[in-house]
Design a binder for this molecule. Structure first.
Ligand SMILES: Cc1cc2nc3c(=O)[nH]c(=O)nc-3n(C[C@H](O)[C@H](O)[C@H](O)COP(=O)(O)OP(=O)(O)OC[C@H]3O[C@@H](n4cnc5c(N)ncnc54)[C@H](O)[C@@H]3O)c2cc1C
Length: 320
């Protein structure tokens, strides 16, 4: 069987989950299966420099100034599927992949499973474990092939980064497909990260919607100051305007790996876990014992965050 591992990258970098898709493809494959990495984007260099763990790379670009929208990515991928006839396509559960996978399922008529964490081969089918209800429940699915799986970033280890052998690279021009697209990506608005860099912070106190309101963030900020930690927030906290975008952790925020990550009133949705599950030490505080954050936490407290923060702040006062 041939397996296509979809990859993404921009601004001179390949997304780390691209390498995870190659590992996922190897996990799903049997001896003799071929793993083909697919890339469509502005710059080919990062893909060529990093995706050599796949057996081949099929890469499309429309010139260095041309961003490729998800609609065009899906069309280019559909053309590649028609040419390569794979039995399985793995798409990262990420901003681009979210749009691509549904489009592709409609084009091919193949089954699509989202939020996939585990894959194994079961004869001529796949046994897949996928998250439902924001990660509170794990669904075991038996999936006929050919199929499309949307794989959660962080679910598989990164494959080794190495350059693609030039004989294994197939490049094609995407100019015509991009020009025909109804959606054009005209620019990317990157937030100003100069004020704070959560990606290098050693300690982070992250508040979720459980914090309740903007004023209460000061209580968590007080604890963060005592701990010498940066304050961060989940997406609803940032969307509410309680913290700036540069302080958002998760899929559409920062990917962090501090020595300490204290999550206060964060449920642990897959999109949040994607940004912090590799932290060295995760401590979660949540009133709901079934909150998915406890699946990744090393220590957890099922109590009111305000009680815990007040007690901890008092005990950590200098001199105590
Ligand atoms: C494409 C896409 C991208 C996304 N990107 C991100 C992202 O980058 N980052 C992100 O965080 N989310 C992201 N999300 C949103 C994500 O799906 C969740 O909606 C979000 O993470 C939930 O935030 P939360 O945990 O703060 O809120 P909720 O899910 O509402 O959880 C609040 C938690 O607080 C607990 N709680 C309430 N009161 C207290 C209390 N007094 N003490 C202790 N615990 C309490 C509750 O039990 C609950 O578990 C994205 C979603 C999509 C579709």
């Amino acid at each position: 069987m041939r397996i296509i591992a979809c990859t993404e990258g921009s601004f001179g970098k390949i997304e780390p989950f691209s390498l995870e898709m190659i590992t996922a493809a190897r996990t799903a494959g049997a001896a003799g299966d071929e793993v083909v990495a697919f890339f469509a984007g502005q710059e080919l260099e990062p893909a060529v420099a990093n995706l050599g763990a796949a057996d081949r790379l099929v890469a499309a670009s429309a010139g260095s100034s041309q961003l490729i929208a998800a609609e065009s990515y899906a069309r280019l991928l559909a053309d590649t599927i028609a040419a390569e006839e794979p039995g399985l396509v793995l798409v990262p559960y990420a901003a681009n992949g979210l749009d691509v996978a549904g489009d592709l399922a409609a084009r091919t008529g193949w089954p699509l499973v989202s939020y996939v964490n585990e894959i194994s081969r079961d004869g001529d089918r796949l046994a897949v474990v996928a998250q439902v209800y924001g990660g509170k429940i794990l669904a075991e699915c038996s999936v006929p092939l050919p199929a499309i799986l949307m794989v959660n970033p962080g679910a598989f280890a990164e494959a080794e980064r190495r350059a693609v052998d030039p004989s294994k690279l197939q490049h094609f021009d995407a100019t015509a497909v991009v020009a025909e697209g109804k959606v054009r990506l005209v620019g990317v608005d990157v937030p100003n990260y100069d004020s704070v860099d959560l990606t290098t912070a050693e300690r982070i106190v992250c508040v979720g919607r459980g914090i309740g309101d903007e004023a209460s963030i000061d209580i968590a900020r007080g604890l963060a100051d005592i701990l010498g930690a940066e304050i961060a927030g989940s997406r609803p906290v940032v969307d509410s305007g309680w913290l700036p975008k540069v302080r958002q952790v998760g899929k559409s925020g920062q990917k962090v790996k501090p020595k300490l990550y204290l999550a206060l009133g964060v449920s642990g949705a897959p999109e949040h876990l994607e940004g912090m599950s590799k932290s060295d030490l995760i401590i979660a505080v949540n009133t709901d014992p079934k909150a998915p954050i406890f699946n990744v936490a090393h220590f957890g407290a099922t109590c009111d965050l305000f009680d815990l923060v007040a007690n901890l702040s008092e005990r950590l006062q200098p001199g105590r």
